[in-house]
Design a protein around this ligand. Sequence first.
Ligand SMILES: Nc1ncnc2c1ncn2[C@@H]1O[C@H](COP(=O)(O)OP(=O)(O)OP(=O)(O)O)[C@@H](O)[C@H]1O
Length: 269
Amino acid sequence: MSNSHQYDDPVVDVSRTSVRYPDGHLGIRDISLTLPAGSVCALIGPNGSGKSTLCKTILGFTRPTSGRVRLMGMTVRQAQKRNLVAYVPQAEDVDWQFPVSVWDVVMMGRQGQMNWLRIPSATDRRCVEEAMARMEITDLARRQIGMLSGGQKKRVFLARALAQGSRVLVLDEPFTGVDAHTEQGIMGLIRGLRDEGVTVLIVTHALSNVPQYCDHVAMVSQQLVAFGPVATTFTQRHLAATFGDVMADTVLSGAETATPERASAWSLS
Ligand SMILES: Nc1ncnc2c1ncn2[C@@H]1O[C@H](COP(=O)(O)OP(=O)(O)OP(=O)(O)O)[C@@H](O)[C@H]1O
């Protein structure tokens, strides 16, 4: 992802945003948060608490009923047109029967930059090759995506996001179903992107790892329960308000008992 310029204002600026679905279900209510350049934020909350809805609103897939989202000072639509936002979906949100190769999927990340003929330039091909090399999937280039393992599929979509060169990256459950090597690879990638100034938002149920790999945490239960730096926000009180007392105690004891090896693997510093 490009590191061509610094941006001091919030990169992601969600202001008093609510989403109510056409059938009347409430997705999120009155959420405000801002994320700076070069940061990693975990988005956590119980099932049905509005995490996906908030992500989809930031990505422009869902329109807010009220409030607004700005990305680098632009509307979501403007940011999309400039290819500023990339998304790595959950595996179940993807049609794996679609007959495309790994190379084709990663090249999709370049579509916003291509000319109107949609013929990849030398730069497009180089970006795709670099992204595939970084995610260690070069040897899979000609394979159909439906024939890959779960961890390989994750790497392909991360490579697509890398090839896109966006300033904002939204990852939906990136650590589900991956082995330790892939997990470390994903964390290394996120660290690298953060250091390049990319803003990363991670939806995760892997709560006990949050202190090791995130700078900020947003806790949701339709509304925003808490948001801020992990050190001051990932607390028993806020976890209990989001998940209940028992869950909060379990999560914090899990976080405290993380092994040194594991902690260093996840450390962002
Ligand atoms: N397309 C939709 N139409 C109607 N209601 C929806 C739709 N998508 C989500 N909802 C509702 O909005 C609320 C928030 O759902 P959302 O998927 O954002 O939660 P989540 O935190 O991502 O959940 P999970 O952890 O289970 O993935 C839920 O009550 C859900 O039933």
